[in-house]
Design a protein around this ligand. Structure first.
Ligand code: MF3
Ligand code: CO
Ligand code: CO
Length: 264
């Protein structure tokens, strides 16, 4: 007989107004890195060059800590996930080429608090399937965020995302999820991008977590490469992801990684 390991209790910390202010700063700085790096995403640039530019900007200009660097042994300061890479791509010497899509995922630590956000970028005009999955992943993020308000549940978010992705004949990755965030990079709760209405934790003001749906143009199944980090689609179909850090407010949500005055 196998014995199921005892479930780990979920420990959620609600942020105080002072902590929320620090998370706003961290979130804004993470978004600013994405704004900064956009113009460098060009044919011929390597992902390790993008990593270096972001690293130097974070450390020297923003004076933040790039959270991925040495996190559980991750060797670089950002994640770069190209084409059929779903997430956690390690920046390397490969040059970007015309038609590539890539996710750049930035997490900074400022004054002890994390801000985590990612976007898709394109080099030239990608194949239609790649363009489409990037757009649908963005729509999934927006639809998921729009569910957020006190009284809704995590399952409501996952359900809304899954419903949209599958209605567009895309699939939702199940092995990786969003997460609580604050003093720690990855806190409770886990935020699944699939699920059933009413399931899971009820949202309350002061909760901070990410929504970061990974959407595949083909089947949902994943494969971990031997480097121990890079996650790819098993069927090599293109994959896309967008991420924001969200605060649950009394009436709904605040997107902590949206620069002031910017809309979704
Ligand atoms: N930023 C990723 C996330 O959204 C996590 C990257 S972990 C790393 O949760 F070690 F690969 F950087
Ligand atoms: Co995240
Ligand atoms: Co991230």
């Amino acid at each position: 007989m196998f014995q199921k390991p005892p479930p780990k209790p979920v420990s959620i910390t609600l942020k105080t107004p002072a902590e929320i202010e620090k998370m706003r700063v961290a979130g804004y700085l993470a978004a600013e890195v994405l704004d900064m790096i956009g113009p460098y995403v060009q044919e011929g640039v390597t992902t390790e060059e993008l990593d270096r530019i972001c690293h130097d900007y974070m450390v020297n200009v923003q004076q933040v800590i790039p959270a991925p660097l040495h996190y559980r042994g991750f060797p670089k300061s950002i994640c770069t996930s190209v084409n059929h890479v779903i997430c956690h791509g390690i920046p390397g010497p490969k040059k970007l080429k015309k038609g590539d899509i890539l996710n750049i995922d930035i997490t900074v630590i400022k004054d002890g608090y994390h801000g985590d956000t990612s976007r898709m970028f394109a080099v030239g005009t990608p194949p239609i399937a790649a363009q489409r999955v990037s757009r649908i992943a963005y729509e999934c993020l927006c639809i998921g965020i729009d569910v957020v308000r006190p009284g809704r549940s995590l399952g409501d978010i996952g359900y809304a995302i899954q419903k949209h992705a599958e209605s567009q004949h895309c699939s939702v990755v199940r092995e990786y999820c969003g997460h609580g965030i604050g003093r720690e990079f990855h806190e409770d709760p886990q935020v699944l991008h699939y699920g059933k209405p009413g399931d899971g934790l009820l949202l309350v003001p002061g909760l901070t977590f990410t929504i970061e749906p990974m959407i595949n143009a083909g089947k949902r199944h994943v494969k971990l490469l031997p480097d121990g980090w890079t996650v790819v689609t098993k069927d090599h179909s293109p994959s896309a992801q967008w991420e924001h850090t969200i605060l649950v407010t009394k009436t709904g949500y605040e997107i902590l990684t949206l620069p002031p005055g910017r809309t979704l």
